[in-house]
Design a protein around this ligand. Sequence first.
Ligand code: 1CP
Length: 347
Amino acid sequence: MADKTFNDNFLRACRQESVDHTPVWYMRQAGRYQPEYRKIREKYTFFEMNEIPEVCAEVTRLPVEQLGVDTAILFADIMTPLKPIGVEVDIKSGVGPVIANPIRHVDDVTKLRDLEPENDVPYILESVKMLNEQLSVPLIGFSGAPFTLASYMIEGGPSKNYHLTKAFMYSQPEAWSVLMEKLASLTVTYLKAQITAGAKAVQVFDSWVGALNQPDYRHYVAPIMHRIFGELKEASDVPTIYFGVGAGHLLPEWNCLQADVLGLDWRTTIDTAREELGIRKSLQGNLDPSLLLGPWEMIEAQAREIIDQGVKEPGHIFNLGHGTYPEIKVETLQRLTAFIHEYSQQN
Ligand code: 1CP
């Protein structure tokens, strides 16, 4: 571990314990809004950055050193563990993941291999170990959730309405179920390996599951999410976080899962989650990242509002409602981090 005292405010907030200040981190805190990131990215493809532990660790540390955030998140992508199981995926700059062999039939599902982290993604485990030596804040490991991974695997890339995914789910329910179970196994195996390597918390990104209504979520997705968080809880006491965009209507379902922290986007306030929906878990969020392109006075007022709501009960982690954008200025995130730390201490 690094010389400096270890800052465990984030882990304490995950466990709903008292904190020195509200911990802060930003989804996609490593990314194209950073000139240093863009410079490294010019030299490597996305997966090269991911697969060379020294580069991966450097990019992971960048926002911690530059912004003063309370956690690091491993620099990888939700697509990282899909490549070795037979998904031909490329990350295209300015687009995102593009898949050359999208899933159409049950055969495309059954031929996917099982993930063996030590053989298939040794560089991820190496990066986690390296970062554990270097950081004085907790490292978050992560995985995509089955629905969100399946959406890329079926659509072949980013989508606005997920109609191919839903069509597959409705018309080939048995194949859907096989796919969900396979991806649940991958998620659990991958996260357990990251935890064994030293990840101090894990986040499951279900970014696009908000596209489903509540009955469909309950029928087609909730059982495997129960399986994932149940198996993780059985294996370790490392805090688990579940996040999705536009998924406020699913929060009552999420409240029944064995996840420790729920991520909110900007559409659901912390007060609403706690008071109207009765969520008693820790909450993470939820400044609209678009607001970071607006005037500082508005950013500060909104951040103040989020902290005022967050500190009413133990268990709040400040974050954005979704990832950073390339247009955001480094200085804005530096100023925001300092403001959150200072303001939440006074409360
Ligand atoms: O700093 C960090 O947050 C760590 C790195 C990280 C994480 C946690 C990256 C790097 N990707 C992710 C997760 C991820 N990837 C999610 C879940 C979180 C979210 O909703 O944002 C999703 C949906 C993806 C898929 C993906 N990969 C997209 C979105 C495409 C879409 O459908 O709109 C994109 C643009 C990527 C590429 C990517 N991943 C990460 C970075 C820094 C980038 C940009 C790569 C580049 O061109 O430099």
